[in-house]
Design a binder for this molecule. Sequence first.
Ligand code: F6P
Length: 375
Amino acid sequence: MAKTKRIGILTAGGDSPGLNAAIRGVGKTALGFYGMEIIGFRDGFRGLVEDRKLKLDRSTLSGILTVGGTILGTSRDKPHRMVIDGRTRDMTKVICENYDKYGLDALVCLGGGGTQKNALRLHEAGLNVITLPKTIDNDVAMTDATFGFATAMDIATETIDRLHSTAHSHHRVIIAEIMGHRAGWLTLGSGIAGGADVILIPEIPYDVEKISAAIKQRSRHGTNFSIVAVAEGAMSKDDARALAAAEKKLERARTLHDKKEAKIELATLDVRHTGNTMRLAKQLEDLTQLESRVTILGYVQRGGTPSAADRLLATRLGSACGDLIHEGIFGVMVAARGDGTEPVPLEKVAGKRKAVPPDHQWVETARKVGTCLGD
Ligand code: F6P
């Protein structure tokens, strides 16, 4: 009789709505449809190192479809650089040994860009790894979409809707800072859906004079308020130049084994710029003579129940993952492709980021409806 397949599953990186729906999708397909066993590891790759697990059976997989967060817990730990007892260590070997100890036939890793890289490393170390793309940033390469994004976009859009009435009543500029330190999908999508007057994303560095000109033009036409949707990683043209120079310096320093100075410089230009958002508000207030306020959406965007779109996507990807394990296909990410799914080799995903192309249709749409993109 063939041995029952046993699979491990973990969630890594920042949490994202739809993780539980995906765990359930993988679990119900693997367990109910193919008769496999499934073990959950707690807090990302750390659970696999520290022997912290949770047997996933019918009852644990039940009732989690609509629940936010992840029942497994998550962490940003990397297998090859994990802090153990205050020391940073490469735990790849331990993970491989534990994989064998538990008799796993496959390891499913649910995560964003970082997780795809870590999963590839484990696959190269000999494990049967398969991944699913999750992140509210929607910036994982080679997939049409990531789960979590649709829910976060709904939340950000609702926030922009609500800010309209108060901005209008007080004749203010309200700046909504939306997550996305390297990619602007969430800000662009919710900005268009919510009708923001200005949308600023990391991929299109801004000129504050241009933003102020757009706001003043609205005032001249009798509209004395504006909503600015800004991604946390959006930056001015000057900052973008400085960041590019610092990144180059770090790259050079890497080869010279002298990273300290370049790292300090890069840290001061950290791409998560709540400070930049505050500075932008002050600049716009000075330039437009309209009172300016900031609303930082923060972790509200990642919390709570997933939207119907995310539940559907996560379930589809999870279930397709179960099929691929059954077929013995590993070293791939299960990508969303149109109405279907597609296994994409991890080598094609790891280390790449899906940024918003400057000529993307969403960008052109925003411009055509008169939105200022700050450039
Ligand atoms: O990667 C998703 C994301 O939500 C980013 O948009 C954000 O900058 C980051 O995670 C913050 O996450 P944490 O504070 O949990 O590291």
